[in-house]
Design a protein around this ligand. Structure first.
Ligand SMILES: Cc1cc2nc3c(=O)[nH]c(=O)nc-3n(C[C@H](O)[C@H](O)[C@H](O)COP(=O)(O)O)c2cc1C
Ligand code: SF4
Length: 347
């Protein structure tokens, strides 16, 4: 989970319980530099975070968003060099991922929301001499950015269970690699249901957001614990400058400021900048005005405790955040997910 929520403490804790821990690459240069008091560039910070997350149990890898164009290649190189077990990459199509550097023992795993997107990736990767080691299929109930247009989010055909069969067929067609489903999975029973439907694994975010080991701020975790179904909305206008629908708790201070047209634009982080016609990273819709786009870099960094006193927070969650009613340890969650302990009956 992005921007400072899933750092080495959470990823390592999940791996220690026999799971697959995922560090987020987003903004690691600033987050690690602040934590260590020593300036780290993207490569150094990514290498450091992966190294700290690795443990003798389970597996540890990294999520690197395609939308973070400026830092993408350095994040990938550092992850491979640090021996990450895998790189998961979405928020855009990771068409060039295998070409950046030979991945050695690091598995390359794209995230898609349709069979069509998976086919595009498989065809491109085939030309690069690579086959996905697995794929994450993310449905519309997930947190963060969603791979659907606003009017497609609620379509019956886009429910995760309906997206799975064609994506599974595509994975079989291109080499029978594992399909990992994500978005709205919450209980042991959910996991069993999707495995029975043909999934080979699940990826979960929201369930771990308010764990003790998550690096979300106490205010973020409190907002998750208190959120009701009505509080969770998909932000579009104002929305993410990355151009994808983005699920948030509607009371998030930065979302409210954008809605009320209160925030003056300021670009001082630049993680989602795109190149201009001269090849310089200068373009972001949130640079000019915060009425249609919030400043996602500052909002999410603030939610992870970076400059929280100066910048308003933006709380992203999956739809299941409304089911979370207390902060618990990763072990407690993992024991429930693996079926060692029963989920409270109210869930
Ligand atoms: C707080 C939060 C941050 C997230 N950040 C990212 C991210 O940086 N990159 C990404 O690919 N997915 C991100 N996601 C999506 C998760 O990786 C995951 O696929 C999704 O949330 C699964 O659905 P669930 O939250 O219902 O379990 C994020 C989700 C949450 C809740
Ligand atoms: S305007 Fe804000 S969101 Fe856009 S690149 Fe700059 S700091 Fe990031």
């Amino acid at each position: 989970m992005g921007v400072g929520v899933s750092l080495h403490p959470l990823a390592r804790a999940v791996a220690n319980e026999g799971g697959v821990g995922i560090v987020s690459s987003a903004c690691l240069d600033r987050l690690v530099s602040k934590r260590t008091g020593k300036k780290h560039n993207t490569y150094e910070a990514t290498y450091e975070e992966i190294s700290l997350a690795k443990t003798s149990q389970g597996f540890v890898g990294i999520n690197i968003m395609v939308a973070l164009v400026r830092d993408y290649e350095n994040s990938v190189r550092a992850s491979i060099d640090a021996g990450a077990d895998f790189i998961i990459s979405g928020a855009g199509l990771p068409l060039g991922l295998p070409a950046i550097q030979p991945p050695k023992d690091t598995a390359l795993i794209p995230i898609v929301s349709s069979a069509r997107a998976l086919e595009l990736i498989c065809k491109k990767w085939e030309r690069l001499g690579y086959r996905p080691d697995a794929v994450v299929l993310e449905g519309p109930l997930a947190g963060g950015h969603l791979g659907f247009k606003m009017d497609q989010i609620d379509l019956e055909s886009n429910k995760l269970e309906n997206l799975l069969p064609p994506v599974k067929d595509m994975a079989i067609k291109y080499g029978d690699f594992p399909v990992i489903v994500a978005g709205g999975i919450y209980t042991h029973a959910d996991i069993v249901r999707f495995i029975r439907m043909g999934a080979n694994g699940v990826q979960m975010g929201t369930r771990f957001l308010a764990t003790e080991e998550s690096s979300a701020t106490p205010l973020y975790k409190k907002a998750v614990v208190e959120a009701t179904e009505e509080d969770i909305v998909v932000a579009d206008k104002p929305g993410s400058p990355c151009g994808l629908p983005f699920r948030v708790i509607k009371q998030s201070p930065m979302y409210q400021s954008s809605l009320r047209k209160l925030r003056a634009p300021k670009c001082d982080k630049g993680y989602v900048l795109l190149k201009d016609s001269e090849g310089k990273f200068t373009r972001c819709p949130a640079k000019e005005s915060n009425e249609n786009h919030f400043c996602i870099c500052n909002g999410l960094l603030s939610s992870a405790g970076y400059n929280s006193e100066k910048e308003e927070s933006l709380y992203t969650v999956g739809t299941n955040a409304s089911r979370i009613d207390k902060i618990v340890s990763v072990k407690t969650v993992m024991d429930e997910l693996t079926g060692k302990t029963a989920v409270p009956s109210a869930l």
